[in-house]
Ligand binder design. Structure first.
Ligand SMILES: CC(C)(COP(=O)(O)OP(=O)(O)OC[C@H]1O[C@@H](n2cnc3c(N)ncnc32)[C@H](O)[C@@H]1O)[C@@H](O)C(=O)NCCC(=O)NCCS
Ligand SMILES: Nc1ncnc2c1ncn2[C@@H]1O[C@H](COP(=O)(O)OP(=O)(O)OP(=O)(O)O)[C@@H](O)[C@H]1O
Length: 291
């Protein structure tokens, strides 16, 4: 199994969904200039990450995303058997990621969010509006996987200290940061003719402006979180990433988050989720001969 589909036969729905999930991870990584995140310019606030590693990590996840979509088609309904299959495949995906990156966490949050979304998309391929897709993903996330290990992860430590539940809760609530902030901003910026890269940057900023990002809380506490949320809102208020004033604010935000070592990794994962939902809802999983 590999990430490159060079065969001429039509792709299955699961393969097409896996392609889309890997595509959005690569698009998220390449998008520049993202504040304090890995991008085409450099490694942001991460001493252990770089763009090539993010690409390799994204490609290593293709088999896991395909398997998650296949499991959804096979089980056919939201329930504990599917939830626990997804948990097992997600852990295998994480092992493949860590083997590829030599133990560096590049995409843990993304496996969770995108995994739920590809499974939700495969469950009812004909009913994938953004809202329906997120609701189905939330119903999966609300089920408790009895076999999930409970490590004292960075997210778990932040939950104990600040009372926020990060990636898990965001999915269980049906991705409000995407549905209420990221996606509407993406659509608004596109409609205003801002160009696709600027629209994606604006969507990231909209997500950052309200998210309790556990990566930021772990690294820089409440001061860092406030700097991220207020700084992102300031860019949007100044006209977003298309305007000169907005670009100046974006540069200030980058410098400020770098000084605080505060990288908004959770927001980056949710931008990838936003791009995936946008593509699935627009029917991209069903073109190019998918069956
Ligand atoms: C659910 C997860 C992300 C729990 O993570 P936890 O809260 O313990 O924190 P951890 O520090 O390990 O990872 C958090 C990740 O979430 C992202 N994140 C941070 N804050 C947020 C937020 N507010 N919203 C969304 N994502 C966020 C970060 O990028 C980070 O990579 C995951 O690690 C997990 O336990 N997965 C279970 C495996 C499984 O069932 N997989 C099924 C796949 S469908
Ligand atoms: N372009 C990106 N640049 C940096 N991080 C990203 C990017 N895209 C997504 N992320 C997410 O950010 C997370 C990395 O954040 P962070 O380094 O804080 O994680 P960690 O391994 O929990 O912490 P630490 O590196 O402090 O030990 C990854 O899990 C990944 O999901």
């Amino acid at each position: 199994m590999h990430a490159f589909n060079l065969q001429s036969k039509p792709l299955s729905l699961a393969e097409r969904l896996a392609d889309l999930a890997v595509d959005v991870l690569i698009d998220e990584a390449d998008l520049s200039p993202k504040p304090a995140l890995v991008d085409r310019r450099g490694n942001g606030a991460h001493s252990d990450l770089h763009l090539g590693l993010m690409h390799a990590s994204a490609l290593s996840l293709w088999p896991a995303f395909k398997e998650m979509a296949e499991a959804a088609s096979q089980f056919g309904t939201v329930g504990l058997p599917l939830r626990e299959a997804l948990g097992r495949i997600g852990r295998e995906g994480e092992a493949a990621m860590l083997a590829t990156t030599n133990g560096v966490n590049t995409h843990r949050g993304a496996i969770w969010a995108l995994g739920l979304l590809v499974a939700a998309a495969a469950l009812e391929p004909q009913a994938n509006t953004a809202g329906a897709l997120c609701l189905r993903a939330a119903r999966l996330a609300l089920l408790d996987d009895r076999y999930a290990p409970r490590p004292l992860s960075h997210g778990a430590q932040v939950a104990l200290r600040y009372g926020v539940r990060g990636a898990r809760e965001e999915a269980q609530l049906g991705f409000p940061a995407v549905l209420q902030r990221g996606l509407p901003q993406l659509e608004r910026s596109r409609a205003q003719g801002h160009g696709e890269q600027n629209a994606r940057l604006d969507a990231l900023l909209a997500i950052m402006s309200g998210l309790a990002d556990t990566c930021v809380l772990y690294r820089a506490g409440e001061e860092g979180l406030q700097a991220m949320q207020q700084g992102a809102q300031a860019v949007l208020d100044a006209g977003g990433s298309t305007s000169l004033a907005g670009r100046r604010r974006l540069h200030e935000l980058d410098q400020c988050l770098l000084a605080l070592n505060a990288s908004p990794g959770g927001a980056a994962d949710l931008l990838a989720a936003c791009l995936l939902i946008d593509r699935i809802a627009s029917g991209a999983a069903f073109i190019q001969g998918a069956m």
